[in-house]
Design a protein around this ligand. Structure first.
Ligand SMILES: NC(=O)c1ccc[n+]([C@@H]2O[C@H](COP(=O)([O-])OP(=O)(O)OC[C@H]3O[C@@H](n4cnc5c(N)ncnc54)[C@H](O)[C@@H]3O)[C@@H](O)[C@H]2O)c1
Length: 269
């Protein structure tokens, strides 16, 4: 549970489908002050124009700042302005779908791989360098990941970035324990968002989840379950948890294959 009245920076808002929006709304519902970061002015306009599910009043109530996560000075300015901050959510990733995702793993597009690595992984360290000084007395950071124990079709280089991101979460947890800043990740099952819709084969991934998940998995409704886990890790109930990956995926990642015929029947109680 987050601390009411304190400031939480939620980075990576694109539209009302973004995990960032589900997380920010949950924090606000618990009394936290939320500042979202949006990649740039164009994305902000697109968000305001395209988010038909939000009223004009809801849009006007959002505190939005620009921050391209690859620009060190933009990250620095956000945290210099917003201090003191109690928690930060890094909900950002990018990989060129033409080169880094798809049927063929191999690519000559090294620049695309490096850009994807910068945005999806290294940027968490940039955020930590600038956010930790804004968290005097302690705080929490949470990043978003996807199952790195298994290899999924099409996910290719993003799977590699997520494995590196999880290693970075552990490195930051070690580095910032002395600052009383915790760093964790939430590993979510597939959820419908803009980034997900760019992953070729996302439909087959969701079918795989529906066939394998011990708990029913809904790619829209279960954003809230993911947001709840992020909020838990941000707040004092998780005060001694750091360097961990909390899996919120309906149980799919523990499965040794899809559910069998006899497991798909009516509930037994
Ligand atoms: N949707 C899923 O199924 C799923 C599952 C597990 C993990 N995740 C992770 O959740 C996070 C949020 O993704 P999402 O699914 O909400 O999609 P999304 O498209 O709504 O969010 C991705 C965000 O990354 C931002 N971004 C990309 N490049 C940036 C840059 N240079 N500077 C600043 N921001 C930049 C985009 O503007 C966007 O706001 C990502 O890390 C994603 O990998 C998503």
């Amino acid at each position: 549970m987050i601390e009411a009245g304190k400031t939480y920076v939620v980075m990576g808002l694109l539209d009302a489908d973004s995990l960032a929006y589900a997380i920010g709304s949950t924090i606000e519902g618990l009394g936290g002050k939320v500042v979202y970061t949006v990649q740039n002015e164009v994305f902000k306009r697109r968000f305001l124009d395209s988010s038909k599910s939000l009223t004009d009043e809801e849009k006007a109530g959002l505190d939005l700042r620009f921050c391209d996560i690859t620009k060190d000075e933009q990250v620095r300015d956000v945290f210099a302005e917003l201090a003191p901050v109690a928690g930060v959510v890094h909900s950002i990733a990018f990989a060129n779908p033409r080169t880094c995702l798809g049927e063929e793993f191999h690519t000559e597009a090294t620049d695309d791989i490096l850009l994807s690595h910068h945005i999806s992984c290294v940027s968490l360290a940039t955020v930590a360098r600038h956010a930790v000084p804004a968290m005097q007395g302690g705080g929490a950071m949470v990043a978003m990941t996807f199952d790195t124990a298994h290899v999924y079709p099409h996910y290719n280089w993003m799977g590699v970035q997520k494995a590196a991101l999880e290693a970075l979460v552990r490195a930051l947890a070690r580095r910032h324990g002395r600052d009383k800043v915790r760093c964790n990740a939430v590993s979510a099952g597939p959820l419908f968002t803009k980034a997900a819709s760019k992953i070729p084969g996302f439909g087959s991934l969701t079918k795989l989840w529906q066939a394998s998940s011990p708990l029913p998995w809904d790619t829209r409704e279960d954003k809230q379950a993911v947001a709840n886990a992020v909020v838990f890790l941000l707040g004092p109930l998780a005060s001694k948890i750091t360097g961990q990956v909390l899996v919120v995926d309906g149980g799919t990642s523990i499965m040794g294959g899809p559910l069998m015929e006899h497991e798909l029947g009516e509930p037994t109680v």
